[in-house]
Design a protein around this ligand. Structure first.
Ligand code: THU
Length: 129
């Protein structure tokens, strides 16, 4: 979680000014971080969690657990302002085990299967081992 909070400092978020950091611990112990990267064409924005997870894949690493920190969430805001978005949950589903743990700053820890029950998958696709 410390690495996730630090990664939020690297966010490129001039439109929302909402800094998010993520850190993934991989099976070999490596910690890979990511931050949200926004774009003037808003739909091109990518979340911190996906930056970190895609980076794991690009480095040939297997994600084991993930921490995410929405450091700009208001202390009195609902827990929803700290939770991973639906798109990121679907990417976690593809790249992590169902029983993988997702640590959410200010909320707690969840199994991926709790965050995305009944997830979409293509039967023939290769998934996380
Ligand atoms: N954001 C993330 O990085 N992760 C999430 O799970 C939710 C949203 C980012 C995207 C955008 O840059 C900003 O937070 C506001 O939506």
């Amino acid at each position: 979680m410390k690495a996730a909070r630090q990664a939020a400092d690297k966010a490129h978020c001039p439109y929302s000014n909402f800094h998010v950091g993520a850190a993934v611990r991989c099976t070999d112990g490596t910690v890979v971080t990511g931050s949200n990267v926004e774009n003037a064409s808003f739909g091109l924005t990518i979340c911190a969690e996906r930056v970190a997870l895609f980076s794991c894949v690009a480095q040939g690493l297997q994600p084991l657990e993930l921490a995410v920190s929405c450091v700009d969430a208001q202390s009195d805001a609902s827990p929803g302002s700290r939770m991973p978005c639906g798109a990121c949950r679907q990417v976690m589903q593809e790249l992590m085990l169902q029983q993988a743990t997702i640590h959410i700053d200010g909320v707690g820890s969840r199994r991926l299967s709790e965050l995305l029950p009944d997830a979409f998958e293509l039967g023939s696709a290769e998934k996380a081992p």
